[in-house]
Design a protein around this ligand. Sequence first.
Ligand SMILES: NC(=O)c1ccc[n+]([C@@H]2O[C@H](COP(=O)([O-])OP(=O)(O)OC[C@H]3O[C@@H](n4cnc5c(N)ncnc54)[C@H](O)[C@@H]3O)[C@@H](O)[C@H]2O)c1
Length: 333
Amino acid sequence: VPELTAVLAMEAEAATRVLPPGLRRRLGSLARFDPDLVLEDFTDGRAAGILSEAEILITGWGCPLVDDRVLTLAPSLRAIFHTAGTVKSHLSAAVWERGIVVSSAARANAVPVAQFTVGATLLAGKRAFGLSRWYATGEHKSRAGSLHLGNEDRTVGIVGASLIGRLVMDDLRERGFRLLVADPYLDPAEAEILGARLVGLDDLVTGSDVVTLHAPALPETRHLMDGRRIALMRDGAVLINTARGTLIDTGALVDHCATGRIDAVLDVTDPTPLPLGHPLFALPNVFLTPHIAGAQGREQQRLGAFAVDEIERWACGEPLHGRVSAADLPRIA
Ligand SMILES: NC(=O)c1ccc[n+]([C@@H]2O[C@H](COP(=O)([O-])OP(=O)(O)OC[C@H]3O[C@@H](n4cnc5c(N)ncnc54)[C@H](O)[C@@H]3O)[C@@H](O)[C@H]2O)c1
């Protein structure tokens, strides 16, 4: 019988997606937990009883705030394993103050986002998104001839050497793209190891055929792509955003895309979801998806598997792969 005691806290529906039966069995070999009890609310009458024993909290989408009151109910709590990305919205300062170990599955969620970005980069290089819409109106022949199609001899600018940004660089480097990277936390030597040249954001924007955003939403990244920077983009360049909508000044983007000078691929917008009838929907050179780049459907068990692997590492005293510390918070997603 495992010695550790764990509790699940998230939306019950999220728990079924991130922790299917096979993973629950594995978890059951590492920690004692009630597979039928998923706390959606810490004021749930059953919460006080099960939290009083818990050493591990396994959180996920829809987890209520873990605050002082919850920590008082859980005096034995030593670690929180999150089966999704950001931990900022559900962990209060008290968690960090008490020195509770925190792990996030953001590294696992980064994989599908990076795949989406690479796919978008390759298709955008062929102008596939716009040409698909122009095909339907019969304009594709005149359009295709005037565009510099293809993925040869291309430079991609990665904004943010984040978990996702690094996976994107790993993939595109292998495909022979030239890479520029802008990130205030990166040094040139580290960029070189990633196969990219570290430049300022303006130089990245002027020097790239594709600009792809992978920085977190922070006060200093709000409208990082404002009208002035969007105007610096090369003719025919593509702006990809799988990060957060607020990184782009949407009004300025609409203006620049409407002239047809640049294209955009946007998985996130400001606001997300985009209201029906928004001008971006009408632009043939803007390809929009409804925030699907992160783990969806069958990809979601990857997040639970990451958390269970982390619990195993933690139980064995091995270093965690998704450890988050309070000092990281001001610069991470
Ligand atoms: N579309 C989706 O479904 C989806 C899914 C997951 C994450 N995201 C978003 O993707 C982005 C990247 O996520 P992540 O988990 O890779 O992030 P992360 O937490 O790994 O990013 C942190 C890193 O970003 C870099 N950074 C910080 N400030 C920067 C700045 N001003 N300019 C450039 N770089 C900066 C630093 O290297 C920092 O270490 C975030 O905006 C996140 O919210 C979207």
